[in-house]
Design a protein around this ligand. Structure first.
Ligand code: ADP
Ligand code: MG
Length: 338
């Protein structure tokens, strides 16, 4: 990035959607049919990393982009950051189309890349000042020490970057992404290689930024991390979005349990009393009943069945967890999809 981002076409409007006049709120990030094909090179065949992504990330959210390694998360982020050129489709950031208003789009996000690319010849304070210069932040508005302090790097402000630990480097990258005070902060695998204490510190800072109105997008392959932090989660696999919903909705799926009921004689159809539930008849004639223990108990299901005259020979329960849902969604069989 040799050019300065100072002369943006418009000033960035940080208002929340509720304050907007338009009835359709403008997303923090929006992608339509976004596609990326990496060309074949060095014996490697061409790779379609994104197969036409449609995604809307609401303003004010902490949004988790979840997916296994190679799913296309970094490709998506890097297209937004202007580091990877999309093959087709469109993307906009804070309402700015990346083709039409590239400078405003870029000024609207700060990206913490997955790679720890720190220039070893600059101190953290110098690195931040340079970044601020690149984004045209006037000297009077720079918050170099404030940001370093928030990231727990103030005592390293004037140390050589090569003396920083992995965790410190990660935090320096977050600091760099924040110098121009963007309304959207994107963190790509921010906790890879970061120890638990620093991880907590990083999340505290991210949550504080969120509380102050910054929209947060993070990619991770740690399910639990996304679960505890994000209010909405999109799951991406093989370059496709396989789920996108509020974390609570995803969790309610996860809290589903399964009750396997074997009748005295194998069944050939699902009993009428279970019509409203998610039930499948297994090849061996037993019933696989999915239920949410918050809504209904296993006892009442069994009571219903015996009231209908079913003689129960055996029962067992299976609990699904986040891992299960994730596997289910990413295994190719979109069992729990919409
Ligand atoms: P994620 O961040 O979810 O792990 P990536 O976006 O890094 O996934 O990668 C998606 C796919 O694109 C992978 O198959 C990866 O090997 C491929 N890929 C990523 N970057 C390049 C590149 N520069 N050239 C060729 N293929 C790439
Ligand atoms: Mg990645």
């Amino acid at each position: 990035m040799a050019d300065t981002l100072a002369e943006t076409e418009n000033t960035i409007d940080r208002r929340m959607p509720s304050e907007e006049v338009a009835s359709e709120p403008v997303s923090a990030i929006s992608a339509r049919a976004l596609r990326k094909v990496y060309k074949a090179s060095g014996g490697q065949p061409a790779k379609e990393a994104l197969k036409g992504i449609d995604l809307d990330i609401p303003r004010g959210s902490i949004f988790g982009l979840l997916g296994p390694n190679g799913a296309g998360k970094s490709t998506f982020i890097n297209i937004l950051a202007g580091l990877v050129i999309k093959t087709s489709g469109s993307a906009s950031i804070w309402g700015f189309d990346t083709d039409v208003n590239p400078r405003s789009a870029r000024a609207s996000i700060g990206v913490v890349p997955q790679e720890l690319n720190i220039d070893p010849f600059f101190t953290p304070a110098e690195a931040l000042e340079m970044q601020a210069g690149l984004y045209g932040v006037p000297k009077s508005e720079r918050r170099t020490m404030e940001i370093l302090e928030a990231m727990g790097l103030d005592d390293k402000a004037h140390a050589y970057a090569r003396t920083l630990s992995g965790g410190m480097r990660r935090r320096l990258l977050v600091a760099k992404a924040m110098v121009h005070n963007p309304p959207v902060l994107i963190l790509d695998e921010p906790t890879a290689g970061v120890d638990i204490e620093l991880r907590k510190q990083l999340w505290d800072y991210v949550q504080e930024l969120h509380a102050q109105g910054t929209t947060i997008v993070l990619t991770t392959h740690y399910l639990e991390e996304a679960q505890s932090l994000c209010d909405q989660i999109a799951i991406i696999n093989h370059g496709e979005v396989v789920a996108c919903e509020p974390t609570q909705t995803l969790l309610s799926r996860i809290s589903e349990k399964r009750l396997i009921v074997r009748a005295a004689s194998p069944l050939d159809q699902i009993p009428a009393s279970l019509e409203d539930m998610k039930v499948t008849l297994r090849p061996d004639g037993s019933l696989d009943i999915q239920y949410n223990p918050v809504e209904v108990s296993a006892m009442s299901i069994l009571a219903q069945l015996s009231a209908e005259g079913l003689e129960i020979a055996d029962i067992s329960t299976e609990e699904s967890d986040l891992e299960d849902v994730f596997l289910q969604l990413t295994s190719g069989a979109h069992g729990a999809g919409n």
